[in-house]
Design a protein around this ligand. Structure first.
Ligand code: SAM
Length: 279
């Protein structure tokens, strides 16, 4: 793919963008790969695309060539702004650049249009950003979908099914409110500099209604306690919540010998409802 702009390697040299570990900087230089990532967002028609951490702009350029009508990119590193301004000039009126920390910016307020979020996330802030988006209120949230790069180990946790080693709090939090799909892996050698591990793209599509009714705060408390002592039976690990778990497990239709990693999202919701009813 060629978009008339200089190769990303030259952009990095020209602007002196030596990767900073503290900012989780591992850049993608292959525009065919970034286009493949951009396409996981689906249709761009009628949406603003929010990109977190554009860096030198590999994914930003792909979003624009793939047809994004408008990209709003939030970058914390001021060194990247001149490189991003060149992309802005090549796509007049289609790229807005915000210098700042994505954890501090209210993404919903960035525009009046429906939004999709696409990001090769800085590893150090990937999970807090995701959890913040998953805890959006009201639900369904302000975004139509999220196409996000994570370390593979985190992507596996987001999409894990009950009974697997990766299944835990993040799986339940994500799958309760979203459909979570593992799209594809990205080998570490595609990045400059290469990180230590493989990465994966995950697409999260908000469900119109959560998978089963539950109070978000209570579900969070129950799941946290249950996985706090992962190897124990839930009747033991739930004790710190301060009630006798046995009648509540019974009310939720869960066998007394169950362990957290075998319970489905719907079963955790039933348990959270039993705890809420007992309050
Ligand atoms: N999107 C580029 C790519 O795919 O090559 C860069 C990805 S790099 C993994 C992560 C980017 O996020 C870096 O450019 C980094 O400066 C930026 N970043 C780190 N922390 C951030 C934060 N809190 N808010 C916004 N951007 C951040």
């Amino acid at each position: 793919m060629s978009d008339g702009l200089p190769p990303l390697r030259d952009v990095i040299d020209t602007h002196g963008l030596r990767a900073k570990k503290s900012l989780g900087q591992n850049f993608l230089l292959d525009l065919n790969l970034t286009s493949r990532i951009a396409r996981t967002a689906g249709s761009f028609t009628g949406f603003d695309i929010i990109e977190v951490g554009p860096g030198p702009g590999g994914l930003t350029r792909a979003l624009l060539t793939e047809g994004a009508e408008r990209v709003i990119a939030i970058e914390r590193d001021p060194r990247c702004l001149a490189a991003l301004a060149e992309i802005q000039a090549a796509y007049p009126g289609r790229l807005e650049i915000i210098e700042g920390d994505a954890l501090e910016v209210d993404l919903e307020k960035l525009s009046d249009r429906p939004k999709k979020i696409v990001a090769n996330l800085p590893y150090n802030v990937a999970t807090p950003l995701l959890v913040g988006w998953l805890e959006s209120e009201p639900w369904p949230p302000f975004f139509k979908n999220l196409s996000l790069m994570f370390q593979k180990e985190v992507a596996d946790r987001i999409t894990a099914q009950p009974g697997s080693k990766a299944y835990g709090r993040l799986s339940i939090l994500a799958q309760w409110r979203c459909e979570a799909e593992l799209m594809f892996d990205v080998d570490r050698l595609n990045f400059t500099p290469p990180p230590k591990v493989t990465s994966s793209i995950v697409r999260l599509t908000p469900r119109p209604e959560p998978l089963a009714p539950a109070d978000a705060g209570m579900l969070n408390r129950v799941v946290r306690a249950a996985f706090g002592q992962r190897r124990k039976m839930v009747r033991a690990s739930l004790k710190p919540l301060g009630r006798d778990p046995l009648p509540l497990l019974e009310e939720a239709g869960i066998i007394q010998t169950a362990r957290a990693e075998t319970l489905s999202v719907e079963q955790f919701c039933a348990l959270a409802r039993a705890y809420s009813a007992a309050e």
